[in-house]
Design a protein around this ligand. Structure first.
Ligand code: NAD
Length: 421
């Protein structure tokens, strides 16, 4: 299948990740056997998750834990509860985790889990039952030195606490088997906002290098959840003008800049729809792509920047990929031709897994870190990766995504070879 055929507007994460891998594998001249090894998962576990619902029925959900690669360390990646978390989607996300952990040089491989369920349709008791049954059925492949889950879309600290409890019943108290836990169960300070914080550090570094100061710059963000809301707050504090944001219910636009602290309280803390906030003009989820800005930040879904219209129409200088796989491969080409820089997901949104790594270290050492130490180490780790990618971009005149892939693929392939494969 050509890139063109694969890159339909409806392209999902799995297909985007596979297509990008093929481009990068050609670039670094990966041998055919290594290509096969890194294209497919090391281990894929599919389970049925039967749950007694509140009305007495038994519902059966499909669940997956896919370990893409563990050459550089235990597998690491979130668990997603979402109706569309099928095998292909979970594999794509697991694969991205391998490149992410390698690029930012933390001693983990890549994994992802998913249960095909809409958590909004579950009561709290049903959600707990799904979590405990799923954990039991995949526990055999988990472990602090084997595979360490974390939250993802549709799961949160509470879900991680149930997972920890269920796993610990079998194996003894094991806080290092999962990250993104509540602080009182061994979670790390700074984990909740870590992805937004990492994005901000990279944007600040880019701003200095390419003379695009954050202060007074115009920012548009799609998605106002964990990543989008925290990043909006951090950029607002740094002096940026956040001129438009959206969530699943629609968007809001204010050319003078939205009142982000109040919007954060309304839409993130109180979970109210973004368009109901009184400080701007309502816009649709399509109109947000036409708002002129310096930084355009997709922070919701995969495949949203595509060749079916918006890639040609975007009016921005830089696209900051906060979501996983927001840009299709053809859109990527169009944006390169239009001279719009795309800063790739597995560099930009790696702050979450970096602080998850710190959480794991703190659990193993039984020694909590201060918030200052977490943020200092996050800054050091993510800006080191940023600089490596930037230097390769400057040296080889390739895109940021290509440079990031070249570094990550080479590291993973080297680890596989040294292990004798
Ligand atoms: P979240 O569930 O907290 O928030 C998602 C946001 O997107 C919500 O505001 C939701 O209303 C909005 N949204 C959903 N559909 C939309 C649509 N059609 N149009 C506009 N907005 C829409 O999720 P999150 O944790 O913020 O994750 C967002 C993205 O970032 C995902 O792609 C996720 O995989 C990626 N990511 C998250 C983390 C993390 O630490 N949370 C780390 C790395 C990558």
């Amino acid at each position: 299948m050509t890139v063109e055929e694969q890159s339909r507007p409806s392209m999902r994460t799995g297909a985007i990740v596979k297509s990008q891998f093929d481009i990068a594998a050609d670039l670094v001249g990966l041998e055919p056997y290594m290509r096969r090894l890194l294209r497919s998962p090391f281990r894929s576990v599919a389970v049925e998750v039967p749950v007694r619902m509140d009305d007495g029925r038994i519902e059966v959900y499909r669940g997956y834990r896919i370990q893409h690669n563990g050459a550089r360390g235990p597998c690491k990646g979130g668990i997603r509860f979402h109706a569309e978390a099928d095998e292909d989607e979970v594999l794509g996300l697991a694969t991205t985790m391998t490149w992410k952990t390698a690029l930012v040089d933390i001693p983990f491989g890549g994994a992802k889990g998913g249960v095909q369920v809409d958590p909004r349709q579950l009561s709290k008791r049903e959600l707990e039952a799904v979590t405990r049954t799923f954990t039991n059925r995949i526990a055999i492949v988990l472990g602090p030195y084997r595979d360490i889950p974390a939250p993802d879309m549709g799961t949160d600290q509470q879900v991680m606490a149930w997972l920890l409890d269920e796993y610990s019943k079998r194996s003894g108290y094991s806080p290092a088997v999962v990250t993104g836990k509540p602080i009182s169960l061994g979670g790390s300070l700074g984990r909740e906002e870590a992805t937004g914080q990492g994005l901000r550090y990279c944007m600040e570094a880019y701003a200095r290098d390419f003379d695009l100061p954050i202060e007074d710059s115009r920012v548009v963000i799609q998605g106002f959840g964990n990543v989008g809301a925290h990043l909006a707050r951090l950029l607002h504090d740094a002096g940026a003008r956040v001129v438009a944001v959206s969530d699943i219910d629609g968007g809001l636009h204010n050319d003078g800049g939205l009142d982000v602290p109040r919007l954060f309280e309304h839409a993130y803390a109180q979970r109210k729809p973004v368009p109901e906030f009184p400080g701007g003009d309502r816009i649709t989820n399509d109109e947000i792509w036409r708002v002129a800005c310096d930084w355009l930040i997709p922070a919701a879904l995969g495949g949203v920047i595509n060749e079916d219209g918006n890639a040609k129409a975007l009016d921005c200088k830089v696209i900051v990929e906060a979501a996983n796989s927001p840009t299709t491969p053809i859109a990527d080409k169009i944006l390169t031709e239009r001279n719009i820089t795309v800063l790739p997901d597995f560099l930009m949104n790696s702050g979450g897994v970096i602080v998850s790594y710190f959480e794991w270290v703190q659990n193993l050492q039984q020694q909590p870190w201060s918030l200052d130490k977490v943020n200092e180490e996050l800054h050091r780790k993510i800006t080191a990766a940023y600089r490596m990618v930037r230097d390769l971009v400057n040296k080889e005149h390739v895109t940021w995504r290509t440079a990031a892939y070249a570094i990550a693929l080479t590291r993973v392939a080297e680890a596989e070879q040294l292990r004798g494969h």
